[in-house]
Design a protein around this ligand. Structure first.
Ligand code: DGL
Length: 270
C-alpha cells in the first residue's frame, strides 16, 4: 500500500538532516528514507548540469527503494534540479525553495527580502524567481556565503571566526535594509542564533526546513497519502561514502544519534 511507504529525502550530505528533523517533528507517524551524497559533497559550488545528473541518480535510487514522495532537502539541488526531476518522475516531489519563498512573502512587511545560500543557489536566482512568481513587486537581494557550510560542519559556531564570517556576509544585506532573511541552505539553521544576533531584531529569519515540512504535510493530506494508523515507523539512512563520519557529524544536524547508516554506490543508479 503506497501510504505506508516512507518519504524519501536527499541532500548532498548531512545538511538535509535539518529538513528530516523538521519532517520527523511535524509528521511523527511518517517513515523516512534519507540519502546523503557524501561522496560528492559539496553541491553548492558545482554546475547545474552536474547537480541535475546527481539528483536524477539519487531519485532513481530512492524510487527503487520504494518511497511515496521525494523531498529535495538540499537548496542547491532544489534550485537547479527540481524541474527536471518533476518532468521525469510521477511521484510528488517537494523542494525547499518554494516553501521558503512563500514564507518569506508572508513575513515581509516592507517587501525587502534577503536570501543567503550557496554560490549555486544564489547564482541560479531560484529564490528570487520563486518569490517574484508569488508577487512581482518585491525586492530580493541574494548573498552567497561560501564559508558557512565548512564552518558549521567543523562545529566552530561559538568561535570568534564565526562572528567575523557572518558579519562579512550580512553587512551588505543589512545595507539594503532587508527586513526578512531567508536561510537558503541546509546548514544555516544551526547558525540561527548568531545570524539573528548580527541581523538584529528588526529582521525576520525564514527557516526553509520548517516551511518545507509543512508543505510535505499539506501535500500528503491533499493527495491522501498520509501513513495509515498503526503502520510501523522506520528511519533508514544511506550515504555514498563514509557512513561513520556521517553518523558522527550528522548527530548535530538531526539532534539525535543516527544508527545503521548504509553505503551505496550511487553512480550506478542511472
Ligand atoms: N546542502 C547544500 C544546500 O543546501 C549545502 C551543502 C553543499 O554545498 O553541498 O545548498
Amino acid at each position: 500500500m503506497t501510504n505506508a511507504l516512507p518519504i524519501g529525502l536527499f541532500d548532498s550530505g548531512v545538511g538535509g538532516l535539518t529538513v528530516l528533523r523538521e519532517v520527523a517533528r511535524q509528521l511523527p507517524k511518517e517513515s523516512t528514507l534519507y540519502f546523503g551524497d557524501t561522496a560528492r559533497v559539496p553541491y553548492g559550488s558545482k554546475s547545474r548540469d552536474v547537480i541535475c545528473r546527481f539528483s536524477l541518480e539519487i531519485a532513481q535510487f530512492l524510487l527503487h527503494e520504494k518511497v511515496k514522495m521525494i523531498v529535495v532537502a538540499c537548496n542547491t539541488a532544489s534550485a537547479f534540479a527540481l524541474p527536471s526531476l518533476r518532468a521525469r518522475f510521477d511521484v510528488p516531489i517537494v523542494g525547499v525553495v518554494e516553501p521558503g519563498a512563500q514564507s518569506a512573502l508572508s513575513a515581509s512587511r516592507t517587501g525587502r527580502i534577503g536570501v543567503i545560500g550557496t554560490e549555486g543557489t544564489i547564482e541560479s536566482q531560484a529564490y528570487s524567481e520563486a518569490i517574484h512568481r508569488l508577487k512581482s513587486n518585491l525586492q530580493v537581494f541574494g548573498q552567497a556565503c561560501r564559508l558557512i557550510v565548512p564552518l558549521v560542519e567543523e562545529g566552530s559556531l561559538d568561535k570568534p571566526v564565526a562572528l567575523e564570517i557572518v558579519k562579512e556576509y550580512l553587512t551588505p544585506l543589512m545595507a539594503k535594509t532587508v527586513n526578512t532573511l531567508v536561510l537558503g541552505c541546509t546548514h544555516y539553521p544551526l547558525l540561527k542564533n548568531l545570524l539573528a544576533r548580527v541581523a538584529g531584531p528588526q529582521v525576520r529569519l525564514i527557516d526553509s526546513a520548517e516551511e518545507t515540512a509543512r508543505a510535505v504535510g499539506r501535500q500528503l493530506k491533499d493527495l491522501q497519502l498520509e501513513a495509515p494508523v498503526g503502520a510501523p515507523l522506520l528511519r533508514r539512512f544511506f550515504v555514498s561514502d563514509a557512513p561513520e563520519k556521517f553518523e558522527k557529524i550528522g548527530q548535530r544536524f538531526l539532534g539525535q544519534a543516527i544508527p545503521g547508516v548504509q553505503r551505496v554506490d550511487i553512480s550506478t543508479w542511472i
